[in-house]
Design a protein around this ligand. Structure first.
Ligand code: ADP
Ligand code: ZN
Ligand code: ZN
Length: 655
């Protein structure tokens, strides 16, 4: 068959007695396979490859680094339609038709006119990036919020495309809005392809197919999964908002980080990588500090606009004095009133959706919990239901407490719904809009909220983390942060760093056009270092302090982390299995490197009981050897007797 197939061809293979699967040719070789039964290829489904050699190499790296099967990477990488026999089995003529560009790109492309001239500060950052690329393959652009990073990217992309190179521009899911696509489309027109996870499989297959054709897009603007697309001449990869944790895929496998993947993709392609953000991740900044990455700083906002002034309000004291009005301090209410009277817009940030975070029996304190997950339920007023934020199941409100048979319940803690209610009572004339996963559950709804708010159809936007992602509204002068403690109290070694990122980013939405924006930050921990660092914009202190803690407790970037997850429907069977696992892990890595088995903060999700181990891999250990050991342990566990129903997976560099 070596005449008929090549690496990347699709073929039919029979498994078991009658099941036929489509597979992809991974390698052509003449080595006799050992240790398993070889199945013949029944027929060739599609001789022309669905993946390039470089893609395969890259997928191999992902599979290896993130300790997951190659097939799972392939599954994520290639749209289903590309893998199906029908679409693949097209005639020669139809095939060449499909491979032609969908739109004629010969004319009207890339008018210089569409490029905005850069400010002197932007120009100098732009030039420094190019200089840095002469010595370093990876460069960090650390530019304050609203410094005009996007325009710098556009100039760089333009340059690379002009030189006949391809560019991949990565954005976090939620930041890929029409605000940004429209701006880029003005410059790059039909040379730009957009790759979004909300796209249908057919749309994704269309982009994928064009990338395989002889006329691929010159620029791909996409979310994390666009690293898996074929590129034949990649010159530059931009990872915007590189600190964003949503670049990490949590579930399903491959549990990869798109920033790390992008860096590797660029390396395999001989391309440069630009990481951009106002708030670098500790890991990235560390690499820039130690000279492994280039570093370019842009410390002023575009147009000489001032950075916003952040005022801290101590809610602990105000609560004690009974001066809080629900979730609002008098200062914040006054500031909102002022902004509204001057026809300015306000963003209120609250990182908790729903109405109340829990419902409690007034008499005995009993709290309703999800039947399938180990969490309390959140009350949602819009549909008058209790909702599990882990599995999505909803429940009606209890009428009687099952523990003490009383009938009164109290709603504790406030989410965005309740904040909306309260603000509407204070400012009955204000036009209020809410943005969280309940109101912006579709892409269209999300876009509508952004459009309406930027067209000033509303005065106040209340939202969760969604409002922090790179949005550019000219009319916003005031940002209110209702409860900074929600993030600080997360049980995670990154919670302070994350709080710094989120608060700085949300504050950065204020006063982007003129004057000086005002940010009011409510917290019970007004005296803490992290709040002071946000207020003074002191990234360096935050970094130094976090590094010190991580050094002390063997966290990244000093040690590498790998989480091990074990899941089972039956808790009584999971328990001994996790002890067995503990033994194997300790034998392999030594007792000082293994934490666990532990119950994660939520120890049951969708009826599966969960146990977790944390492996802290010392820098002196070979990571390849560690992965090899983990693979062996997993096989050993899963092939042992009485382990049916057990799931084991690894999360490398967890977020
Ligand atoms: P960042 O991504 O750094 O937060 P943006 O790229 O959103 O900042 O830019 C902030 C604002 O400044 C935007 O409204 C943008 O349109 C404007 N801007 C940036 N650079 C230029 C330029 N060279 N010419 C005109 N407007 C610009
Ligand atoms: Zn009760
Ligand atoms: Zn649940």
């Amino acid at each position: 068959m070596e005449q008929e197939v090549c690496v990347g061809s699709l073929v039919n293979v029979c498994f078991g007695k009658s099941k036929t699967y489509i597979g992809m040719v991974a390698r052509l070789h003449s080595v006799k396979p050992q240790g398993f039964e070889v199945k013949p290829i029944k027929e060739v489904v599609c001789p022309s490859p669905v993946a390039t050699q470089r893609q395969m190499e890259f997928w191999q790296w992902i599979s290896h680094y993130y300790a997951c099967p190659f097939g799972e990477v392939y599954n994520t990488a290639v749209p289903a339609k590309m893998k199906a026999p029908l679409s693949a089995r097209v005639s020669k003529s139809k095939q060449s038709q499909m491979l032609r560009p969908l739109i004629d790109v010969s004319d009207g492309m890339m008018d210089d006119v569409c490029l905005s001239p850069l400010s002197p500060a932007q120009q100098s950052a732009h030039d420094s990036i190019l200089t840095s690329f002469k010595e370093k393959d990876i460069t960090l652009l650390h530019g304050v919020t609203s410094s005009g990073k996007t325009e710098i990217y556009i100039h760089l992309i333009y340059k690379y495309v002009r030189e006949g190179k391809q560019v991949l521009y990565l954005l976090p899911e939620i930041a890929l809005t029409t605000q940004i696509t429209d701006r880029l489309a003005q410059v790059f027109g039909d040379d730009m392809g957009v790759y979004h996870s909300m796209f249908t499989d057919v749309q994704r297959a269309k982009v994928y197919r064009r990338q395989l054709s002889s006329e691929p897009y010159k620029l791909i603007l996409g979310v994390r999964s666009s690293v898996f697309l074929p590129f034949d001449n990649l010159g530059l990869v931009i990872v915007d908002e590189e600190h964003e944790t949503s670049y990490k895929q949590q579930d399903p496998a491959p549990r990869y980080h798109a920033r790390a993947a992008a860096v590797m993709l660029a390396r395999l392609s001989g391309a440069k990588t630009l990481l951009g953000t106002a708030t670098p991740s500790v890991e990235t900044y560390h690499l820039a500090q130690t000279g492994r990455y280039g570093y370019v700083r842009l410390a002023e906002r575009f147009g000489g606009v001032n950075l916003p002034q952040v005022e801290v309000v101590d809610t602990a004291r105000l609560r004690f004095q009974r001066r809080m009005k629900g979730a609002f301090s008098p200062v914040l209410l006054d500031a909102i009133g002022d902004a509204l009277s001057q026809h300015q817009q306000v963003i209120l940030f609250h990182n908790r959706r729903g109405y109340s975070s829990l419902v409690e029996c007034k008499a005995c304190g009993w709290v309703p919990r999800c039947a399938h997950c180990d969490v309390s339920l959140t009350y949602h007023k819009s549909n008058n239901l209790l909702v599990c934020h882990y599995c999505g199941k909803s429940y009606s409100l209890p009428t009687q407490c099952p523990a003490c048979e009383q009938h009164e319940f109290v709603k504790k803690g406030s989410g965005t719904e309740r904040v909306e209610d309260q603000i509407a009572r204070h400012f009955p004339d204000a036009r209020i809009l809410r943005m969280d996963t309940d109101t912006a559950h579709t892409r269209a709804a999300y876009e509508q909220i952004i459009t309406d708010f930027s067209e000033r159809k509303y005065d106040i936007l209340i939202g969760t983390q969604m409002v922090t992602k790179g949005l550019d509204f000219g009319g916003v002068t005031l940002v209110g942060i209702l409860d900074a403690d929600v993030m600080l109290n997360q049980p995670d070694f990154r919670s302070f760093e994350r709080t710094f990122h989120i608060l700085t980013q949300v504050a950065g939405r204020a006063g982007r056009k003129d004057g000086q924006g005002r940010v009011i930050l409510q917290t019970k921990r007004a005296d803490s270092d992290i709040i002071r660092q946000v207020v003074t914009g002191d990234y360096a202190s935050m970094f130094a302090q976090q590094m010190e803690e991580r050094r002390l407790f063997n966290y990244p970037p000093f040690h590498r982390l790998i989480y091990v997850y074990m899941k089972h429907l039956d808790a009584s069977r999971l328990e001994p299995l996790s002890q067995q696992m503990a033994q194997l892990l300790t034998d392999a890595f030594g007792v000082s490197c293994i934490l666990g088995p532990a119950r994660p903060p939520v120890s049951r999700i969708q009826s599966m009981h969960i146990r977790q181990f944390i492996i802290k891999v010392a820098p002196r250990l070979s990571t390849a050897a560690v992965r090899q050991q983990l693979a062996t342990i997993r096989t050993q566990m899963l092939t042992a007797p009485s382990t049916s129903g057990l799931i084991i997976y690894y999360d490398v560099d967890p977020m």
